[in-house]
Design a protein around this ligand. Structure first.
Ligand SMILES: Cc1ncc(COP(=O)(O)O)c(C=O)c1O
Length: 380
């Protein structure tokens, strides 16, 4: 029988509880739309979607990036409203969206016209979300073109716009810019309404916006990171960090333990040399599993209930740690790369800070090799 050398434990109860906690801290009643793109940030999209929607929904809508991701959820029997963030390029993408009742995004005036024509020709009724670009310069109708959109929009088109949204560029770092984006957005919405556009839910905030611009939470929030119990870069000191529970624990097996003399090099290139006699443990996890090579020689790892240091260059399938202070360490013991081991905890936010990246990048890069074990009350 093959045993995994590293695996992810995903606490689905924590996912559910986090969604409820985030919703409870919003300054006024608003819906929580859970962002579960990129395989629910590496946590497993189908399982996370089930946890958020059954036995009763704690998220009112699920958001993915691609049509493929949405179709996978539909085929797995997820019955929730599903929104995709990518605009569709080809007519058959709209056909698929119609078939599965997936809600697409309207990102340009031309896209709106094309989708209306398709819907009319085929007798479809499409549900969509209108994105307005207020400064991200990525997707959405530029705020300056909303007037043009309003001229093309018709209330009786077979394309229903069920929400209007924007996305903040610097919610983690620049509140002045975020506030300006919010005002530009609300101005665009006023213009639409003046042209007869109906009142539909408005949304702008993702995790960092929820923390840093609470009055921007509007009618719904699109929350990813905090649903998984991970704080955005600006939020690690926020009191909410104590209330959310990280859903992900990543563990790896000790494959080998050895004593090395002072001066001995470790791993490729000998970028680490033992300053004294040391005990080295080799773990069955490497960059092919999603543990970034950039963390080499500097990352904390929990082992034997204490935090130890990774040493030497991280290999494709293995990495080494300084286990000198860990008594009675045996081959087959378990190290914790992310999560808690007794009193010792390694948070994904810490790894992101070391790499000067976002926690999003780390979790979405988790490879397909680590097994995922899901916990709902007990591990299944
Ligand atoms: C448009 C949009 N909304 C919401 C989110 C969720 O962001 P977060 O995970 O920081 O809550 C993302 C994430 O990339 C996004 O692209």
């Amino acid at each position: 029988m093959a045993h995994p050398t590293n695996w992810l434990e995903v606490d689905l109860d924590a996912v559910r509880a986090n969604a409820q906690t985030v919703r409870a801290i919003l300054p006024h009643p608003a819906e929580l739309w859970a962002v579960i793109k990129a395989d629910a940030y590496g946590h497993g999209a189908v399982e996370v979607a089930r946890a958020l929607t059954q036995p009763h929904p704690v998220a009112q809508r699920l958001i993915v990036a691609t049509l493929d991701e949405a179709v996978t959820l539909c085929e797995a029997g997820i019955g929730a409203s599903l929104m995709t963030l990518y605009p569709y390029t080809y007519p058959d993408e709209w056909e698929t969206a119609h078939h599965y009742q997936i809600e697409g995004v309207i990102d340009s005036v031309e896209g709106y016209q094309q989708a209306c024509r398709l819907a009319e020709r085929n007798g479809w009724l499409l549900k969509t979300h209108l994105e307005i670009d207020t400064g991200m310069s990525r997707l959405g109708i530029p705020a300056t073109q909303v007037e043009r959109f309003a001229e093309q929009w018709t209330p009786n088109a077979p394309l229903q716009i069920v929400s209007v949204f924007t996305h903040f560029a610097s919610a983690d770092s620049d509140n002045t810019l975020t506030r300006q984006q919010l005002e530009t957005f609300l101005e665009a919405v006023r213009l639409l309404k003046a042209r007869g556009f109906p009142s539909v839910p408005l949304h702008a905030c993702a995790s960092a916006g929820i923390l840093n611009l609470p009055d921007g939470t509007l009618d719904a929030v699109r929350c990813g990171l905090m649903v998984y119990g991970v704080m955005p870069t600006s939020g690690t000191e926020h009191p909410l960090a104590q209330r959310l529970k990280p859903a992900l624990t990543w563990r790896a097996r000790v494959l080998s333990v050895r004593e090395i003399p002072a001066g001995q090099g470790v791993s490729y290139g000998w970028r680490f040399r033992a300053p004294r006699p040391m005990k080295v443990a080799t773990l069955g996890v490497g960059y092919a599993d999603g543990y970034p090579i950039g963390l080499s020689n500097q990352t904390p790892i929990a082992l034997g209930g204490r935090v130890v240091r990774q040493i030497g260059r991280i290999c494709m399938d293995m990495l080494m740690v300084d286990a000198t202070e860990v008594p009675d360490l045996q081959v087959g013991d378990c190290a914790t790369l992310v999560g808690r081991d007794g009193e010792a905890e390694v948070r994904i936010e810490t790894l992101a800070q070391i790499l000067d990246t976002t926690p999003h990048e780390l979790t979405t890069r988790l490879g397909s090799r680590p097994h995922r074990r899901f916990r709902v009350g007990a591990l299944v």
